[in-house]
Design a protein around this ligand. Sequence first.
Ligand code: GLA
Length: 387
Amino acid sequence: MKLPAIATSVLITYTENFDGDPIIVRSPGRVNIIGEHTDYNEGFVLPAAIDKATFIAIGKREDGTIKLVSKDYHESYEASVSVLKPVKSWPTYILGVVDQLIKRGHKLRGFNLVIQGDVPIGAGLSSSASVECATAFALNELFQLHITPLELIDIAQKAEHLFAGVLCGVMDQFISILGKKDHVIKLDCRSMKYEYEPLVLKGIKIVLFNTNVKHSLASSEYNTRRHECNEGVALVKQKVEGINSLRDVTLQQLKQYVDPVNKKIYARCKYVVEENIRLQQVCEALKKGNISSAGNEMFAAHDGLSKEYEVSCKELDFLVDHVRNIPQVLGARMMGGGFGGCTINLVKEEFVDELIVKTDRAYAQNMGKQLTTYIASTEDGASLIYQ
Ligand code: GLA
């Protein structure tokens, strides 16, 4: 089988730097059709893995040293399996996974690792989850640890919590490991039950417009949103039995018990409860092949994210408003944690080129920044591609 170009690239760098023959794995980034900031509220998400991924070439060492080479950062890094601490740059996502494995009782020796990817960094396409998942998947294969996919997901998520300091939900790691080409996953983040739903987009492309605004606020504000949602849950819990998360809360309860106490918390919680309802509607619409109805829910989701949940930014709002009244754009919204990154757009195929030209120009004129565009197609989740 012919290796993808990035796999060949990590293989060459591995053999230039280290002895022996490595294995190579890939783990992808993701899009999310709808269901944003719902995962850590025990709600639903609807992501798909995409054709942009992190690739890792990895081989065992005889000692306890970890040697890392990043082709994207043109840097190398050395650590020991017996001393693992978070660091401020790319190795933290890898070390966080090793730390989790050791904490779970796996006896790891050292290893050599070369990493490279084409998931744009800081674009809201889950580049960090793809690194964590590629690492977890690679170590599982290399040391034959027999870890189940669900535990790999948990390991990758905990690495993000403890080594990257973002209290993320489970969506990104879940889809990076378990994604399936031509499908979205409808994941219930309370029960962790999931279904693959075919994503049939006849004549429609998924276009991602990257604001090129790095979501620097994202980690602190992300954690704040989590706390705000918990505050809302606590207010309802005082009045109603059996409430554990926003999943258990109705719009009416929010109006009654949260709105009079704290308007901001009310707006946050209302967004989340409504987002779960929108997601169910999108699933129905996709089943019927009614993409424009799904697209309308995406626009509504953006408005909630921007005005109620307040995780958008002027560049994301501009991009969504710019396409809102174009009939060939069926739906658009900001995607991922927010404060920068990409919008996701469902666009009639024949209009894609024209849309890119027009949006590029409008974005530069109005926001004074350069736009980057990706056309995403769906792909399978993590896999071993060379051994
Ligand atoms: C980030 C997190 C996810 C999810 C999204 C928002 O991507 O990693 O868990 O919360 O933000 O939907």
